[in-house]
Design a binder for this molecule. Sequence first.
Ligand code: 6GU
Length: 229
Amino acid sequence: MRIDVLSAVPFVMESYLKHSILAKAQEKGVVTIKVHDLRDFATDKHRQIDDYPYGGGGGMVLKPEPIGNAIESLSKERTYDEIIYLTPDGEVFNQAIANALSLKKNLLFLAGHYKGVDERVRQLYITKELSIGDYVLTGGELAALVVIDAIVRLIPGAVGDSSAILEDSFQDGLLAPPVYTRPVVYKGLEVPEVLRSGNAKAIQEWRLKMALEKTRKRRPDLFKRYLQR
Ligand code: 6GU
């Protein structure tokens, strides 16, 4: 998979991309992630990428030309399956969207900033708009990292043990059951007997029971959907 990101502050994404599972996935050649500085595509000598909003009001708006230039320039190199704008008014991201995007070949992300991007960029270029939840961040970069991380870890070979992926919270519509490792007793608390029994069927049943219980208590919305599926 190839992922390109357009950002007004590309350097804020670097550390995470260089030191996380995303770095390992890149080293393994499972994915190539390139972050581009919007300023490099500015058209004027001051390399201006934002401007005041028409009609007044606070905040700045990302100008259309640098973004349009960047998208058109990158699109000459490859055809993007989706051009995704990260914005609090987008569709709320979830595991099903991550699963679908993990099957794509080329993705281009645009991280919003300030008050947002000129509406015409959205009309002309954007094929998908994603939010990572109902709260406001200072920029789309963290949201882009969240979405990219969730996608890349699903690509075969990106994560060490691929069987672990199917056991993730949400992958079956339920929250994950508790997990334990050694020692058997820690500060008086014991690892459930069943997990030490070697009885695979009993372990599977216990995990499902715990997952159902936790989901019912914490996320009645997910629990309802699980029962209806
Ligand atoms: Cl995608 N961007 C910003 N700025 N804030 C957000 C968001 C995105 N998703 C939730 N909050």
